[in-house]
Ligand binder design. Structure first.
Ligand code: AMP
Length: 224
């Protein structure tokens, strides 16, 4: 059974990695607003130019632009049986917008997973994060290093270079954490009130351990 899931947590909590795994496990699309935005900035589209400064400085892109992107993406055919949202919503107005969109279609969310990681761990994790320039696979030099230094393991990538995101520099990480606490964290209460919050203590755990916890939780709750 597929589901409509979303994953919340501070930057570096492991949302992207876990969302990728859930997408594969349940055959649902992984929708990351950060990835969609980065593809616009990398291609230099008009939209990309509008959002670039927000992203490189670690601020949130305005709600109207984030909502516009998500409305478009969720209307695509592959979303009809469910999806995992990663990085959206990131503010209460975005969550309300999503709720109204789902209501209009007679749909609802199945779960809001919250990856709880202490702040002290986040900076270390993010400065060690690398992303494949070819397939987008996420590595962590501490927990999940590539077999060969600086190169993607995936055969199809033929040793594509691993890159550090510009917004994973320490100063920007601290700004992103502040933004998370101020603007995104209130969503935990928002989804708790709706009975959708599923917390996963993720500090000091490997991606495999976290994935196992999530799977157990979703099965116990009969979500997926
Ligand atoms: P992420 O890859 O999810 O860490 O997102 C990278 C950056 O994209 C964030 O720091 C924001 O600047 C922007 N971004 C991603 N998703 C959203 C969103 N839902 N609302 C506003 N800005 C976003």
């Amino acid at each position: 059974m597929a589901g409509r899931l979303l994953i919340l947590g501070a930057p570096g909590a492991g949302k992207g990695t876990q969302a990728q795994r859930l997408a594969e496990r349940y055959s649902i699309p992984h929708i990351s607003t950060g990835d969609i935005f980065r593809s616009h900035t990398e291609k230099g589209t008009e939209f990309g130019k509008q959002i670039e400064d927000y992203m490189t400085s670690g601020r949130l892109v305005p709600d109207t632009l984030a909502c516009e992107i998500i409305v478009k993406r969720l209307s695509e055919d592959d979303c009809s049986d469910g999806y995992i949202l990663d990085g959206f919503p990131r503010s209460v107005p975005q969550a309300e917008h999503l709720e109204a969109l789902l209501d209009k279609k007679g749909d609802s969310l199945d779960a809001a997973l919250v990856l709880e990681v202490p702040d002290e761990e986040i900076v270390g994790r993010l400065t060690a994060r690398r992303t494949c320039s070819g397939c987008g696979k996420i590595y962590n030099l501490q927990f999940q290093p590539p077999q060969e230094d600086g190169k993607c393991d995936e055969v199809d990538c033929e040793g594509a270079e691993l890159l550090q995101r510009e917004d994973d520099q320490e100063k920007t990480i601290r700004r992103r954490l502040d933004v998370y606490h101020e603007t995104t964290e209130p969503l935990i209460d928002f989804y708790t009130r709706k009975g959708l919050r599923k917390s996963v203590e993720s500090g000091n755990l490997t991606p495999d351990d976290i994935a196992a916890k999530i799977e157990k939780l979703l099965m116990a709750e009969g979500v997926c």
